[in-house]
Design a protein around this ligand. Sequence first.
Ligand code: GTP
Ligand code: MG
Length: 149
Amino acid sequence: VEETYIMVKPDGVQRGLAGEIISRFEKKGFKLTGLKLFQCPKELAEEHYKDLSSKSFFPNLIEYITSGPVICMAWEGVGVVASARKLIGSTNPLQAEPGTIRGDLAVHTGRNVVHGSDSPENGKREIALWFKEGEICQWTSAQGPWLRE
Ligand code: GTP
Ligand code: MG
């Protein structure tokens, strides 16, 4: 089943937006399978964003992601990766549509409050990277029949 790694970045935690951000995915109807508050070590941030290591903003990005605790989440559902990216909105919050998390809650690319995996493959890769075995909880939601035909 499709899964995605969603993370409230340090600015989201510091600004008291964690509950609001978690709530968007919860209300949409996806299933939470992992959740923790976590201080990210530099090595993990570098591994997570390794595809961006040649970018000029990479050092700032690593400093940002390790600047305070993040909230790590695994969410599951049909089509969850692309749908979560839509709920999150464009990378630059000033270009993100109103109604999206970044469109509603942020003003700068370097402080865009939330991360979402960009493909099902990366969803699996990132969940394996951020969570240990035993931290992911497989459960049956009572909402199932009320969410889909
Ligand atoms: P994530 O969900 O965090 O992966 O964001 P994204 O997929 O919308 O964007 P991308 O993967 O291209 O970049 C990862 C993160 O790097 C962004 O969310 C920003 O926090 C940061 N970033 C990307 N481009 C820039 C930039 O031009 N300047 C700065 N300062 N940060 C950037
Ligand atoms: Mg990305």
